[in-house]
Design a protein around this ligand. Structure first.
Ligand code: PMP
Length: 359
């Protein structure tokens, strides 16, 4: 295709290629024997109601396009959280909802703000969409410093609890950031909030500039279905919908829409699996402490841990040899930490046995 181009023209074409920071996802090993504690999925299966709905999807229904507004799912989510249906926006995983929010709200000349240690997709989206950003360092306890978010900005995003630090910010402190940034959209990514004590969902009718993003991938055990959503003021949600439809992509498939509605309607099962994960997490804190680990006070489904004497990278490699996968980030300041997803009690027992050999 570029056969006849002169050297100079070829170079121009190459210069136009968008250069982005690649996102490195956690490994998804094919080997079924692996104990997978590396990507914060639920160790439990989705609600049995999901299985039932997926099985009963009439094959011929998939011949037709899905409802682009995914009303069945949007309405179920709205009912669950007691908000209006036009305060809910759904998408193909929360990564997609976050990307759509970046496109919709973060396009000013001013940089957007997020912590320097946080979910590593934010800078990927910002680079991809050519959005300027400034990262605000966490304090020595890995906490977000609210005063850092009072400077002029083109928007703010952070997860609560934060990832991979697992540290939760208190409601008053988040509200302080939201109310002092009324000219910006503030996105709180609550991917892990079901495992913690704080949610800003109760503030969506108080602050028009607040958007809460959530996912089915962790607490609702449906990472494979790719379901995410945002809840916010009608103004923010209608803006998101307008961008989505003008891009005409990222529409959820029919099976995921049905599965998502079934999962949110089975609250009993949801509460059961979330509380099992929390119990296992608290037991894990005791056991890992005895093995010489230090960690932040996790309010998530993972622990962010460092060992008093053995380097994190070595523990990561040794665990991998024993077919136990955890996450290691070779990044400044956190390169001696591991992120360990909470598994079932049986999986965690195997982790402790392996760690006893390593540390
Ligand atoms: N936000 C945070 C903080 C996450 O850790 C993740 C999962 N990697 C996501 C968003 C995206 O989740 P999903 O796209 O599966 O909904």
């Amino acid at each position: 295709m570029f056969f006849n181009l002169q050297e100079e023209e070829k170079k121009m074409w190459q210069d136009n290629i968008r250069k982005v920071t690649p996102y490195t996802p956690g490994e998804q090993p094919k080997d079924k024997d692996v104990i997978k504690l590396n990507t914060n999925e639920s160790p439990y299966p989705p609600s049995p109601m999901v299985q039932e709905v997926v099985r009963s999807v009439e094959n011929n229904r998939n011949r037709l396009y899905p409802d682009p507004e995914a009303a069945v799912l949007t309405d179920a989510i709205a009912k669950y959280y007691n908000v209006d249906s036009n305060q809910v926006f759904v998408g193909v995983g929360s990564d997609d909802v976050i990307g759509m929010s970046f496109l919709t709200f973060f396009n000013s000349e001013k940089p957007i703000l997020f912590p320097d240690i946080t979910y590593s997709f934010y800078d990927v989206w910002a680079d991809l969409f050519k959005i300027k950003y400034e990262m605000k360092p966490l304090n020595e306890k890995f906490e977000i410093v609210k005063e850092d978010y009072l400077v002029e900005n083109g928007g703010i995003i952070f997860p609560n609890p934060n990832a991979p630090t697992a540290v939760e910010m208190q409601l008053d402190d988040i509200e302080y950031i939201i109310k002092n940034n009324r000219d910006s959209v503030v996105i709180i990514d609550e991917a892990y909030a079901d495992f913690g004590d704080v949610s800003v969902l109760g503030l969506v009718n108080k602050y028009e500039n607040l958007l809460v993003v959530r996912t089915y991938s962790k607490s609702r055990a449906l990472a494979g279905m790719r379901i995410g959503y945002a809840i916010g003021s009608k103004t923010l949600i209608s803006a998101l919908k307008a961008v989505k439809f003008s891009y005409n992509s990222y529409t959820m498939n029919y099976v995921s829409i049905c599965a998502g509605a079934a999962a949110i309607n089975d609250d009993k099962y949801f509460k059961e699996i979330v509380s099992k994960v929390i119990n296992t997490r608290e037991k894990a804190k005791d056991t890992l402490k005895k093995l010489g680990f230090f960690f932040t006070d996790s309010k998530t489904n993972f622990l962010f841990a460092t060992h008093k004497s053995v380097p994190a990278e070595e523990i990561f490699e040794e665990l991998k040899k024993r077919k136990i996968y955890v996450r290691y980030f070779n990044k400044p300041r956190i390169n001696n930490y591991l992120r360990i997803t909470i598994g079932t009690d049986e999986e965690m027992e195997k982790l402790y046995e392996a760690l006893k050999e390593i540390v």
